[in-house]
Design a protein around this ligand. Structure first.
Ligand code: F7E
Length: 339
């Protein structure tokens, strides 16, 4: 049996990847710092909580990382653990850097020293492009991160490339653009929107407050993106790939699409901090802006060019934004109506 280790298995991508690898017949080990019942919920939603072996794993502790890699002798190691919320990386730049920059280095070095046959996947991110240097970002686009999170991820990305080139490791970096799902954490904007609009629809909330509605992202469905991670590790050698939908939409576009799923037709008024949205039929305000959700430096627009992934991996994003909103709203509406 092929043995895989997923750090961050309790997160959105970790849970979907575990489900995917189990279907392929893998023995799946998962590392996490948090083992509370509450946080097992993603594995429980997918019905796989008894099929994975959970082990204590903490990217902040190099000894723990070294021991896990050395003792496990895994065939594939997916590093999906991170402080992944861009917004809080300004409040915790050191923890973010220790986790997202140094953590992957500990893994790479442990693989190099004690388990060189292990194929490594690093969860890199479109946040490395930040202030974009080309209209469509590919593997060759220069980076310009705009947050401590982006800076830390760029260090880890560069280390992954460096360890591959220096020591011949099978190390790959997946530069993933935003990817969402019902299992997304509630602090991320799509999930916040689908959760809170569902609550409004069910009479459990009055108003949704957001930050910058003009930010544009290239959004896809996380369940499809984890397949691309696996495909990268099946190649002869490590490489870097952008996974993206190739389309960009604003936060406002996503609000409109999610609202449509709940039969809300919206009317908009005002600009920037004064922008508001009302339900057309009733005149009730359901959206407002709160400055606290703005970031010190924004990534205004991201648009990925996934041509290399299509050509070499045969990978393509399938679910468009309207369908993604439908999947997420349905899940949240059903869940909240039962609670
Ligand atoms: O923000 C704007 C916000 O937090 C998207 C992570 O997975 O993808 C994710 O990073 C946009 C930003 O994701 C709110 O200013 C407006 O422009 O959902 P997000 P993100 O920062 O793009 C990348 C690829 C990663 O690697 C990250 O780990 O939405 N926005 N109003 C808001 N964002 C939030 N969270 N909350 C708001 O109220």
């Amino acid at each position: 049996m092929t043995k895989a280790f997923i750090s961050g298995i309790l997160g959105q991508d970790g849970a979907y990847l575990a489900e995917f690898l189990l279907k392929k017949g893998y023995e799946v080990y998962g590392g996490s710092r948090r083992n509370s019942q509450d946080e097992l919920y993603r594995l429980q939603v997918l019905g796989i909580e008894d099929e994975v072996s959970l082990v204590p794993f903490d990217l902040l502790d190099p000894y723990n990382v070294f021991e896990t890699v050395s003792a496990g002798q895994f065939d594939e190691f997916y590093n999906l653990a991170a402080q992944s919320f861009v917004g809080s990386s300004w409040e915790t730049p050191v923890v973010t850097s220790n986790t997202d920059a140094m953590g992957p280095l500990y893994i790479l070095d442990a693989i190099k020293r004690n388990s060189p046959h292990t194929k490594f996947y690093q969860a890199s991110t479109s946040e490395m492009f930040g202030l974009i240097q080309e209209p469509r970002q590919s593997e060759r686009t220069p980076f310009y991160p705009r947050s401590p999170y982006g800076v830390a991820k760029l260090f880890a990305h560069s280390m992954t490339v460096n360890y591959r080139e220096s020591y011949g490791l099978h190390a790959s970096s997946g530069i993933l653009f935003n990817h969402e799902s019902p299992l997304r954490g509630v602090q991320f904007v799509t999930k916040k929107i689908t959760t809170q609009l569902s609550e409004i629809s069910l009479g459990k909330r009055d108003i949704l407050f957001l930050g910058n509605l003009d930010a544009k992202r290239d959004w896809g469905y996380a369940k499809e993106y984890v397949e691309g991670m696996w495909q990268m590790l099946q190649l002869k050698s490590g490489d870097d790939f952008v996974l993206a939908s190739g389309k960009t939409s604003s936060v406002r576009d996503f609000v409109i699409k999610a609202a449509e799923c709940l039969d809300f037709e919206l009317e908009w008024e005002g600009e920037q901090l004064n922008e508001k949205a009302y339900i057309k039929s009733t005149g009730k305000q359901i959206l407002g802006i709160d400055e606290k959700f703005y970031r010190p430096a924004e990534v205004d627009i991201l648009l990925g060019n996934p041509t290399k992934a299509k050509d070499i991996l045969g990978w393509e994003s399938q679910t468009d934004l309207a369908d993604l909103a439908k999947i997420m709203v349905k899940f949240d509406y059903d869940r909240i109506s039962k609670s």
